[in-house]
Design a protein around this ligand. Structure first.
Ligand code: PMP
Ligand code: GLN
Length: 414
């Protein structure tokens, strides 16, 4: 194998999704909705399938993104960022947000370049930076011992700035944040923007959960801050926006000069993404966007998604409390962290080589048939894993039936 993949280990998704299936566990682990996808979205795809004669539906489409999809994305993000986003030059459609992230890192990070990653962090950033030859530099958020809200995760900006040197090239921000469910405030984002500007950093804004906020006004997109569009590559996901994670369609948005390196990789690597799903997502946005702007009560992206999610969040929080877990209530997204250390069972296996949350999560899945994700997978340093091994991450975007099955298990545990 190449040097690049020498230290490869299976990710938590591989381990815990496989384990959940093997144990036939109630799955609150990997983040995907198990309720039906929105019918207006699947109906669009059905309609596309009924037109085999249309090349715009079934043959190769424009390499950097289906004209109809980049068209509506440009319209939306121009409005959401308050800048003029050019459909042809400033958007690149990719296979999921994963690939947009990887293109950005591979296209910009040289050997030895340092990349600031706010931890806990979505687990693919670190290996992607390593594969590009870069050096991940963790900026660890702190959380008070008895925290009850994801908003209590905070960045020490002075400590962060001390980690910046002449090799620091890039900052990765994930907002709304996975795995904590934190929604960064304008003040926090402005501080990050100020640091990015003073140290001339390129910013990745992974905003795949941008529509999973309780009030659409609460989502501050990084590229909308003064002077930030010029230095930011924003990442989005159709799988997240329309709750169709299996469609695996994502995009990078940013100024032409920032996207050129990504396009250079894309044209020789994937060249073009699947046409019917791009057309389908374009039509879904075209149908929803006017409502998002002027009829939010009937818009999936403005209120449909979040009202469904909020009810589920509250249900899971109550179930966890009744089961003697201590939930950390998320501000956004579809994940929740919860402290399991007050339970009377499942703690006895601590002291193994792996962090305690891994041991606990495997036990919970095998013995109690409830699948969750151990959040120390989102930290890179052993001492931070040790300090944060008392939590589990649960996905609450699940149908009531699934949540009720989990409720029974949690009740028995408590
Ligand atoms: N970023 C974050 C923070 C995520 O949670 C995910 C999970 N899906 C991704 C990126 C990747 O998204 P996609 O499925 O569109 O590749
Ligand atoms: N992003 C989702 C999560 O955090 C799914 C991850 C994956 O399947 N790789 O759970």
């Amino acid at each position: 194998a190449s040097e690049r993949v020498k230290n490869h280990k299976p990710s938590i998704w591989v381990e815990f999704t496989t384990l959940a299936a093997e144990c036939q566990a109630v799955n609150l682990g990997q983040g995907f909705p198990d309720s039906p996808a929105p019918k207006f979205v699947t109906d669009i795809l059905k309609n596309i399938s009924e037109h085999p004669e249309l090349p715009a539906c079934h043959q190769y489409t424009r390499g950097y993104g289906h004209p109809q999809l980049v068209g509506i994305l440009a319209k939306m993000y121009s409005s959401l960022y308050g800048v003029n986003v050019n459909a042809n030059d400033e958007i690149l459609v990719t296979v999921g947000a994963y690939l947009a992230l990887y293109y950005t890192i591979l296209g910009w990070v040289n050997k030895g370049d340092e990349v600031l990653i706010i931890e806990p962090a979505y687990d693919c950033y670190y290996p992607q930076v390593k594969m590009a030859g870069g050096v991940p530099v963790p900026i660890v958020m702190s959380l008070p011992q008895d925290a009850t809200s994801a908003s209590q995760f905070t960045i020490d900006f002075d400590a962060m700035e001390k980690k910046i040197n002449s090799k620091t090239k890039m900052l990765i921000i994930n907002n709304p944040h996975n795995p904590t469910g934190k929604l960064f405030t304008r003040e926090e984002l402005e501080k990050l923007a100020d640091i990015a500007k003073r140290h001339n950093l390129l910013v990745i804004a992974d905003e795949v959960y941008e529509f999973h906020v309780w009030q659409k006004e609460d989502m501050i997109r990084f590229a909308s801050l003064p002077g930030m569009y010029e230095r930011t590559i924003s990442i989005g996901s159709a799988g997240k926006a329309f709750s169709v994670t299996g469609w695996k369609l994502g995009w990078a948005v940013g100024p032409k000069n920032l996207l050129e390196p990504l396009k250079a990789i894309h044209q020789n690597c994937v060249f073009t993404c699947s046409t019917p799903t791009q057309k389908g997502i374009a039509e879904a946005f075209e149908a929803d966007w006017p409502k998002f702007l002027s009829d939010p009560q009937n818009s999936y992206l403005a209120t449909g998604l979040s009202s469904e999610l909020k009810a589920k969040r509250d249900k899971l929080a109550k179930m966890l409390t009744d089961g003697n877990f201590r939930p950390i209530i998320p501000d956004a997204g579809y994940f929740m962290l919860a402290d399991y250390s007050h339970l009377k069972t499942g703690q006895e296996l601590k002291g193994h080589e792996d962090p305690a949350d891994f041991i606990f999560s495997r036990w919970l899945c095998r013995e109690k048939k409830l699948a969750v994700i151990p959040p120390t997978a989102f930290y890179s340093e052993p001492e931070m894993k040790n300090k944060n091994d008392h939590l589990v991450r649960l996905c609450y975007f699940k149908k009531d039936e699934t949540l009720e099955a989990a409720e029974k298990i949690l009740k028995e545990l408590g």
